[in-house]
Design a protein around this ligand. Sequence first.
Ligand code: BGC
Length: 751
Amino acid sequence: MRKLLFTTVLFMTAFADGATASDVEARIDALLARMTLEEKVGQMTLRGFSSRSKNDSEVFEEAVRNGRIGAMLNVMDKSAADRLQHVAVKESRLGIPLLYGRDVIHGFRTIFPIPLGQAATWNPGLVERGARIAAEEASTYGVRWTFAPMLDIARDPRWGRIAESPGEDPYLASALGAAMVRGFQGESLSDPTSLAACAKHFAGYGAAESGRDYATTNIPQNELRNVHLRPFKAAVDAGVRTLMTSFSDIDGVPASANAFLLRDVLREEWGFDGFVVSDWDSVRQLQIHGLTANDRESAFEAVTAGVDMEMHGDAYSEHLEQLVEAGEVSADLVDRAVARILRTKFELGLFDKPYTDPRDLPPIADTNALTTARQAALQSVVLLKNDHHVLPLYMEELESVAIIGPLADAPYEQLGTWIFDGDPELSVTPMHAIHALVGDHVDVRYLRAMENSRSRNTDAFDEAVQIASESDAVILFLGEESILSGEAHSRADISLPGAQAQLVQRIRETGKPVVAVILAGRPLTLTNIVDLVDAILFAWHPGTMGGPAIADLLFGVESPSGKLPATFPRMVGQIPIYYNQKNTGKPPSPDTIIHIDDIDTHAPQLSFGMTAFHLDAGYTPLFPFGHGLSYAYFDYQNIRVSEAEIGLGESVTISVDVTNTGDIAADEVVQLYVRDLVGNVTRPVKELKAFRRLHFRPGQKITVEFDLHTDELAFYGRNMQLMTEPGQFHAWIGGSSATELRTEFRIADNN
Ligand code: BGC
């Protein structure tokens, strides 16, 4: 069924009924000519069932009938959705269909790893397949618009929404964001299984001060363009149909009133022709920010900045008509916003097929969905350390294994944040999967030991120690429950919560091999436990099929291949810490730093390196961006460039020989980094420019080539123009951002 649908999609035109773009424009114009101002404002209004409201379709029927609502979110009762849609198309004056939106973030019923976990796969194809499955499942409920992907660059793991982000790097985020857009939107938007995607939150939300959600952001324009805007540009280039503004204040103008972002950049520079929706009530919040004095002013600021649709809130519905009638907002501006919304509805085929019929759609949580979720989980898990090759565990060598911890058998917690429609009953937990995989050969003993990840009660620790002492190996399932990350769930201390570190300490004292599997929504500071365990598998919140994926990795059925999409700090005080930082005028090095414990009493002020580091943390992270070990071993040799010098507009090929010197087949993500040594603005010390996930047989050598065009080295300089500067470049290839295998090339000055 799924295959059939896909083939059909390929041959579809952009519009469901074979109409051309100009037919559609004519229909939009005809509708606009007949619409009252009230009906136009209605199209610009997104209303939702909230968890606190009565979820009663009758509350909305009258407004839909009167053309006062253009789109709805969170209407997940299919009969209510169909009823309201019927009112819209049959009982409203112009019969304009409703558009149903939902936060389909990392799966619908089948849950994939949290987006940060998906980013750790470095596998855009797999991420695209996951988004496609989510779209197919969600459309069964009439949803045709998802508020995803979230493309906020996140360099602060205290921020709870880092879980929803693609991590710290603009290149990786762009590749994965574009993949999600393709997956959600499918080959043609008019396919009933396609969702319009929504790149959010435009822009800069991830830079919230101290990682406190919704806090102010201060981003210089240069960094905004070179870092934060890049994934959004990639999403626009991939055809994303909608964007959502951010809640946050950026340089004094909250995003929902930011004409620079919404008009100058998005529409004028990038030519975006979809529509922009505000975040939940963020138009009215302009007043709370202190930008406006009342809702009327908020509506004015938002609409003139370029917000086409207001999500929740009444600023548009109560004030826009008057603003137009008073001549403060032009009728033309409103018409253009409405045209963009109608165009998306036409593209989705809603005028011709306003309802989805589950019988026409692929089944939910079928084998394909579960297999893909399992593969995504498998590729998302990062092996952070593996002393003395303690992993994989060999079932032939073990008589017993102890499974201890609050997250070994927690079907809901492994799903992560934003899983409104996920079904915990589908979850296969690690504990169950380990039993299924090795239970016939190995005595598996399980103790939860803590009620939840935050528990401070240590009463069960003696029993945990006893079970551990009687077993050949211990697997600890630690981390954060899902509620500790996500929107409005920021933390100031990002170490393992509750008494988990004490549990690790007690288990270490048994002298048994200890493996920690950590499930969490963010990078954690693991400094206090990293030396107490022999191996760490960092599994994020891995989703429905996390259990079997983790079991396969623990027992060597598969090799880990995830790579970190965000830096793991040693201590919170190092944040923000990210690999693609600037050099500073006083860069640190191993011989210019000193540890606080090694400073002599009365040491003279200038006696040790005058460089950029912390006395108590140095300057390196605990685990760098791109890091991730394997059960295989990858040897990188012979990095070279095709040309030592190229001209602007040309490409250079950078190659390396990678050999799997281990005796196990495994995937490796080969990463290319570049540094532009001199720029008219300072450039990062390293920037990811390409990557490739490759499968290696034992002993196999692959020559990996990356073609790099000089356009890919472009950046925004002092005059805010995107340009590539001639000069010298360093290039590195390796299995993480810490690679030192380097070559160089030059871009000649053509003049
Ligand atoms: C979030 C958005 C989300 C919206 C609708 C807001 O609070 O910031 O990301 O799409 O709610 O649920």
